[in-house]
Design a protein around this ligand. Structure first.
Ligand SMILES: Nc1ncnc2c1ncn2[C@@H]1O[C@H](COP(=O)(O)OP(=O)(O)OP(=O)(O)O)[C@@H](O)[C@H]1O
Ligand SMILES: [Mg+2]
Length: 452
């Protein structure tokens, strides 16, 4: 659809919701017809008159930066939106893949993203970064959001997998070649050097309005040459890595789903009647999956392909921690292999610490205690823990502590038993307990000396 304004519909809707008004209330306060308000929110009105915009700003009580952002959103679209005849993204050659049809949850993140888009005049300046554990639903979220936002980008959408989990991730030089083709770069030959490709890419994308999803990025260096650096195109990057070196406009760290969302997911996939028939078993099932979307998908699919099973039949198979990952498999979908692909990218020290963290059994992890597991000092161990957290293999908690979440803890347990000798495991466990006791005693002593 041709866009007449920047993104007024979303901006208006978000501002109205924040002001706690219904469309009817806004219509009464602004003295605009209810139909006008509704059409504006759906971007059905070309370019609203200045008086209309002023009336909305006043009725919504917007001031300062908020009022300026609202006026900016009501201006005619730049670039692609203003030049419909110019070459747009070759959509047919590169349609945005479908998001899961049964996508659910992540409402808070989606709301924040839509608001951010609505209020950010220079969308192309910094990308949106979506990070999270393996199988947390990063690609699904980016695609779901991409489809919701699609109409706001008059020159189309582009989805590119950067294959960050492969031993050799895609080279930005090659990716730029693909992007330049999709953006209809002029001439028969693509520029040879990376710099020249970056320059041409930036000039093309900054004069258009495109939504670019860079999926599964390996790291910052791979992403940087693919960013417009300004203009009204927008980039969403997904990665298991937090990509802390990038200037990001917004960051979303996707965690596990809530309990009721997890149950809904099982219900949608396997059938609501089964969920209703076995509430306690269903609750146990979603917890056994660590409420990780990928694990829930696998469990739901297993039930869907086995209509003869009860939910309790599946929970019985999943109860044993030692074999749970072998049971979290359906067809070619395997939780273990998805988790393992992140472990495979760690260096030797990272791997050693990750699998030995199984000995913490889901309790809080701190550097001085984890140091005993790799026989290092707290400072160095702290840096390894940070790397694991950056790779979304550890959950960062407040005050420099961490937690190994399900089902990653199962992978660590498996790897520990295959890589380390039982006697060594016992020795490390004892060393960890001693370090834990010492840290606690030091903490108690400090608290005692601070007492008046
Ligand atoms: N919000 C959701 N609603 C329904 N299904 C979801 C949701 N999020 C993820 N899924 C499902 O979970 C599975 C894993 O999702 P996805 O591939 O998006 O994860 P990811 O974080 O991108 O994984 P990876 O780290 O391997 O790139 C998919 O089968 C997807 O359909
Ligand atoms: Mg993904």
């Amino acid at each position: 659809m041709q866009r007449a304004t920047e993104n007024l519909g979303v901006v208006l809707r978000e501002a109205r919701r924040r002001a706690g008004m219904t469309q009817e209330e806004l219509s009464a306060r602004s003295k605009l017809g209810i139909r006008t308000v509704s059409d504006l929110e759906r971007d059905r009105i070309g370019r609203p008159h200045r008086r209309t915009v002023d009336a909305l700003v006043a009725a919504l009580g917007l001031e300062g930066a908020e009022a300026r952002a609202f006026h900016a959103a009501a201006r005619p679209a730049r670039a692609g939106g203003a030049r419909p005849d110019k070459a747009v993204v070759k959509r047919a050659a590169n349609p945005l893949p479908a998001a899961p049809a049964d996508f659910l949850g992540r409402e808070a993140e989606l709301d924040q993203l839509l608001t951010w888009v609505g209020y950010t005049p220079d969308l192309g300046h910094d990308p949106v970064v979506v990070s999270g554990a393996p199988g947390a639903g990063k690609t699904s979220f980016a695609l779901h959001a991409g489809h919701r936002l699609a109409e706001m980008f008059a020159d189309g959408q582009i989805f590119v997998s950067l294959r960050g989990l492969e031993q050799v991730p895609r080279d930005p030089h090659e990716v730029l070649g693909v992007l330049l083709g999709l953006l209809d770069a002029p001439g028969d030959h693509l520029p040879r050097t990376l710099e020249a490709r970056v320059g041409l890419f930036r000039s093309l994308i900054r004069s258009r309005s495109v939504l670019l999803i860079l999926d599964d990025a390996a790291g910052e260096a791979q992403v940087r040459p693919l960013l417009p650096g300004g203009g009204s195109s927008m980039v969403i990057v997904t990665s298991r890595n937090t990509l802390g070196g990038l200037d990001a406009g917004r960051r979303f760290a996707l965690g596990r789903l809530g309990r009721s969302e997890s149950l809904r997911m099982i219900g949608q996939i396997a059938g609501w009647h089964r969920l209703a028939a076995e509430p306690p078993a269903s609750l146990e099932l979603v917890e056994l999956c660590g409420r990780l979307p990928l694990a829930l998908r696998v469990a739901g699919n297993r039930l869907a392909v086995r209509p003869q099973w009860t939910i309790a039949d599946l929970t019985r198979l999943l109860r044993d921690e030692r074999t749970r990952l072998s049971q979290l498999v359906c067809g070619d979908l395997s939780v273990r292999s998805v988790l393992l692909s992140s472990y495979a990218l760690l260096d030797a020290t990272g791997r050693r610490l990750f699998r030995r963290l199984a000995l913490t059994s889901g309790t809080t992890i701190t550097a001085p205690v984890a140091a005993a597991l790799i026989e290092s000092d707290a400072d160095r161990t702290g840096r390894v823990l940070e790397k694991l957290a950056d790779a979304s293999l550890l959950e960062a908690l407040p005050a420099g502590s961490y937690r190994l979440a399900e089902p990653l803890t199962l992978l660590a347990q498996e790897l520990l038993s295959t890589h380390d000798e039982p006697a060594e495991i016992l020795r490390l466990f004892a060393a960890m307990r001693t370090a834990d006791a010492e840290t606690q005693a030091a903490g108690d002593a400090l608290a005692g000396s601070n007492r008046p």
